[in-house]
Design a protein. Sequence first.
Length: 213
Amino acid sequence: MGCFHSTQRRQFPGYEDPVTLASQTAFSVSEVEALFELYKSISSSLVDDGLINKEEFQLALFKNRKKENLFANRIFDLFDVKNKGSIDFGDFVRSLNVFHPNAPEEDKIDFSFKLYDLDGTGFIERQEVKQMLIALLCESDMKLADDTIEIILDKTFLEADVNQDGKIDKNEWQNFVSKNPSLLKIMTLPYLRDITTTFPSFVFNSEVDEIAT
C-alpha cells in the first residue's frame, strides 16, 4: 500500500491520502478513491501531466473546451486555489466538496458569492451579476431579451441591496440567498451527475443521486 501511494504522489502533483481528504471533507474514503479515478481521467484527457488544466476542466464539466464561458472560467478559477493555472488532486477534492449535498450551506453561500464577485472586491456589483446571468443562460442554451435581463437585475438589487449602495456585500448576499434558496441549486450536484455519465467508474453515493434515480 505504501508503495502504491508513493507511486501516485510521483505521478500526480498534489496527491493526498484518501483517508486524510475524507477526514477534511464530506466525502467518504471510497468516494475520494472514486474521485481519484475521475481525476486521473480528466487530468490525462488532453495533456497527461497529472494536473487538470482549464481546457480539460471545461471538457469534463461542460463538455466543451472551445467555447469561452464566464461561468466555466469562474468555477475553474475558484478550484485553482493556488493560482497556478491548473488544479491538483487535493484542490480538486476540496473544491468539489462544496457541491456535496452534505457540505455546510455556509460554504455553498461563500462559494456562490465568490462566483459572482468577478473582480474579487468583496462586493457583487450589477454588471457582475449581468455578466454571470448571461453566461449561465448561454450555458443552458437559453436566451432572454435585454429588457427581461434588466428587469431581473432590478428585482435582484431591489431585494438584495438593502442599504441601496449599488452593490451587494457578503451579509446582504447571505440574507438574499436564505430567502431565495433556488440560487444554491448550482451549488449542489448537476455537473457531478453529468460527470457520472461520462465516467461510469465514478460512483457518487448521495441522497440526491438516489432521489434522482
